[in-house]
Design a protein around this ligand. Sequence first.
Ligand SMILES: NC(=O)C1=CN([C@@H]2O[C@H](COP(=O)(O)OP(=O)(O)OC[C@H]3O[C@@H](n4cnc5c(N)ncnc54)[C@H](OP(=O)(O)O)[C@@H]3O)[C@@H](O)[C@H]2O)C=CC1
Ligand SMILES: O=C(O)[C@@H]1CCC=N1
Length: 270
Amino acid sequence: MDFKAIEARGLVLLGHGKMGGALLSGWLRQGLNPQAVQVITPHPSEALKATGVRIGGPVPSDAAVAVVAVKPQKMAGALPQLAPLGGGRTLFVSVAAGIRLAAYEAVLGAGTPVVRAMPNTPAAIGQGITPIIGNASASEADLTLAEGLLSAVGQVVRLDAESQMDAVTAVSGSGPAYVFHLIETLAAAGVAEGLSPELALTLARATVAGAGALAMQSPDDPAQLRINVTSPGGTTAAALAVLMEAETGFPGLLNRAVHAAAERGRELGK
Ligand SMILES: NC(=O)C1=CN([C@@H]2O[C@H](COP(=O)(O)OP(=O)(O)OC[C@H]3O[C@@H](n4cnc5c(N)ncnc54)[C@H](OP(=O)(O)O)[C@@H]3O)[C@@H](O)[C@H]2O)C=CC1
Ligand SMILES: O=C(O)[C@@H]1CCC=N1
């Protein structure tokens, strides 16, 4: 990403928590000048101070982009701090789950360009994926700017409709947590079979990382990759008989989990 257009007018980040922090690390790693960044967050960490970004202070009146990364439950208290940037040339990019485009327009003014984005924490190492959708005031140039910024930390996909946002949040926004829990529980199962915790975690972590990389790089789809591991009558088939059971296995479990996440997104938007 060429950050020059953003550096000329500045980037404001509202909320430096896990997601705001992951995005900022990714951008700084990609060469964004820290002096062009102003972070507004109640308790700046030592790590944030060490980056050289500007912390606190008056909001620059003509920032190129304002990135909103506070929790949905804190939005009503936090967003009005950026109201002076509304209705003008500043593009707002919010990563908050649930909060609808209309809610930003209500605070910032109807003419404010707003893009909702749903990144995930692998953005911190440049391997995120971020679906985006803009409001009616977001021009193609605004979407291209948001896309460029977020593609500095991974892939970006444009959505057709805001109504898709709760489902993508449930799949890829929250998804890394499901995979980390898979690593935890695979390792615990290895310990139950007699391995040391260290060895079990090493095996589980490398297996998930390797399978993920293969799924990305192979021309085969995930179903074929699964078949390639599964010798008829062998060990994998024995495990998959448990995991592929419709109700108690992965299919039912992930359906229920993803549905719960999407429903929570819908509730947060009310
Ligand atoms: N974590 C994730 O994987 C993802 C999160 N998101 C979205 O990102 C947003 C942030 O989530 P996450 O980073 O996990 O949460 P965190 O609690 O880690 O981060 C929120 C940050 O906002 C700060 N904050 C609170 N109040 C204000 C305020 N009034 N003004 C400015 N900053 C404030 C908090 O400061 P302090 O803690 O010091 O109070 C904290 O640094 C949420 O809306 C979430 O839906 C989206 C995709 C993935
Ligand atoms: O748990 C959450 O609500 C946020 C949104 C997606 C990931 N974390």
